[in-house]
Design a protein around this ligand. Structure first.
Ligand code: BT5
Length: 255
């Protein structure tokens, strides 16, 4: 399937069963970053569930300002949410969005996607997507960015990355994937709002490629090594250190 422009976008909109996620979709041929566009819309009062989609991003971002390669063929999407949550709850939302993306790929493409803490989507140890959640002041609005390398040729991706196209060996139906993603996002978001954290955490754990493994975690102050034991209520990684002690890590990279 080609880009969900015009006809395909209408197809998604017609088939959409969500109450509010994706009820308004702003589609762009090319933007710097859909998160930036969504942020401006959020600040301007855009309703909850407003979606920004782009065929291509020229300055796609990951966490900590890292670049996110976003050529045509991928799903580059941001959603405006107004969760009425405390800022410390936002990392949970980020894990929940990873769960939604993983469930959507499973449902629409028949592929299982693992979750590497905090929010990498991985297939066969390669990164196939990522989540970038950015909150406004007091988390009055939150922009949830999802990037999935759907039909992107491997040659266009950085080392360690792959795409659904490469894994499957044939293009995936992007309109179906997008529709599933919007639906799953609304499901997990409703669970997040209803404080059904226990179920979300179970869903995350069952897809985790991190838990139970010996991992190295890079944090701003250094590197920790240990066994990834669990993810706690706040979405932090609980690491069992070689000396038997425990370390709780709120933000970092797992390798
Ligand atoms: C992420 O950051 O994984 C979050 C990516 C979120 C992208 C979406 S697309 C829609 C929305 N608009 C945006 O501007 N962003 C969001 P992080 O964990 O920091 O990972 C970034 C790292 O992943 C980079 O440093 C590269 O090593 C690698 N990378 C870059 N582009 C990639 C790609 N397309 N596929 C896989 N890995 C990539």
């Amino acid at each position: 399937m080609t880009d969900p422009a015009a006809g395909e976008l209408q197809q998604v909109e017609r088939a959409l069963r969500t109450r509010y996620v994706g009820r308004r979709i702003h589609w762009f041929e090319r933007v710097d970053s859909t998160n930036d566009v969504a942020r401006t819309l959020a600040e301007g009062g855009a309703p909850e569930g407003t979606v920004v989609l782009a065929r291509e991003q020229t300055a796609g971002r990951g966490r900590l300002g890292r670049p996110w390669v976003s050529p045509p063929g991928g799903i580059w999407m941001s959603v405006v949410l107004r969760p009425i949550a405390a800022p410390h709850e936002v990392p949970r939302l980020s894990l929940a969005v990873g769960v939604a993306a993983s469930r959507a790929v499973e449902r629409a493409c028949g592929l299982s996607v693992g979750l590497r803490w905090p929010n990498d989507l991985v297939v066969a140890r390669r990164k196939v997507g990522g989540i970038l959640v950015e909150a406004g002041p007091d988390a009055l609005w939150v922009v949830v960015g999802v990037g999935i390398n759907a039909n992107v040729p491997a040659a266009e991706l950085p080392e360690g990355a792959t795409s659904l196209l490469e894994v499957k060996g044939s293009p995936v139906d992007r309109a179906a994937l997008l529709q599933a993603l919007l639906g799953e996002l609304e499901i997990v978001y409703e669970m997040f709002r209803g404080h059904d954290w226990a179920t979300l955490l179970e869903w995350w754990r069952s897809r985790s490629t991190t838990l139970g493994r010996r991992v190295r975690v890079h944090v701003p102050s250094g590197v920790y090594e240990g066994v990834a034991e669990d993810v706690d209520e706040d979405g932090a990684l609980v690491l069992r250190l070689p000396d038997g002690g425990c370390k709780r890590i709120v933000a970092g990279e797992v390798s």
